[in-house]
Design a protein around this ligand. Structure first.
Ligand SMILES: [Zn+2]
Length: 184
């Protein structure tokens, strides 16, 4: 059994959200986690019961020997290598989903709400950055073979032009600039 690498726990949680309960379809899941050793590799194991149907669920991921330290103000899902858990279409879906939950305007928000919005927008920029990691150095767009999930391929087929390097860089930059509008 080869476990796939979860570069950060944030990435592991995204993967679990994208893989709802196989029995009832519930995506809510609040597992307990433990670090275990699997064939000489460090792994993290997430276990818990599905809150809707009680199904006992478990996820295991290989984890890096040296964890990536992430600033809570500035979410990151992994270092330079592309994700083994989410494909580029899923990453763009994550970015869209995070960004669509952020209020359009900082007026009237509390300091905490502004902080959440700022961190979410930086997270959306980081998710777009994950898409960029799938583009080979000599290419200007994500290659189609990088998409290996149904959701990811659907996002791609809806608008393939979103996966061009220049467009992704512009979107990530826009999210970073928007995040600054929510500075306290
Ligand atoms: Zn369930």
């Amino acid at each position: 059994m080869t476990l796939r690498l979860a570069r950060t726990s944030a990435e592991a949680y995204l993967y679990m959200e994208l893989h709802p309960c196989e029995r009832c379809g519930e995506s809510d899941f609040e597992p307990v986690s433990a670090v275990v050793s699997v064939q000489g590799d460090l792994a993290s194991r997430y276990t818990g019961a599905c809150p809707s149907c009680g199904n006992e669920r478990e996820f295991m991921f290989r984890i890096p020997e040296r964890p990536l330290l992430v600033d809570p103000e500035n979410p990151q899902f992994g270092a330079d290598r592309p994700s083994e858990l989410l494909d580029p279409g899923e990453w763009l879906w994550v970015a869209d989903t995070i960004a669509s939950g952020v209020p359009a305007n900082p007026d009237g928000l509390s300091a905490e709400q502004r902080r959440d919005a700022r961190v979410d927008l930086r997270g959306a920029a980081a998710a777009v950055g994950e898409v960029l990691k799938f583009i080979p150095p000599d290419a200007d767009a994500v290659p189609f073979e990088a998409f290996d999930s149904d959701r990811g391929r659907e996002v791609y087929q809806t608008e393939p032009g979103r996966f061009r390097r220049a467009r992704l860089e512009a979107v990530a930059q826009t999210y970073r600039e928007l995040a600054e509008r929510f500075a306290t």
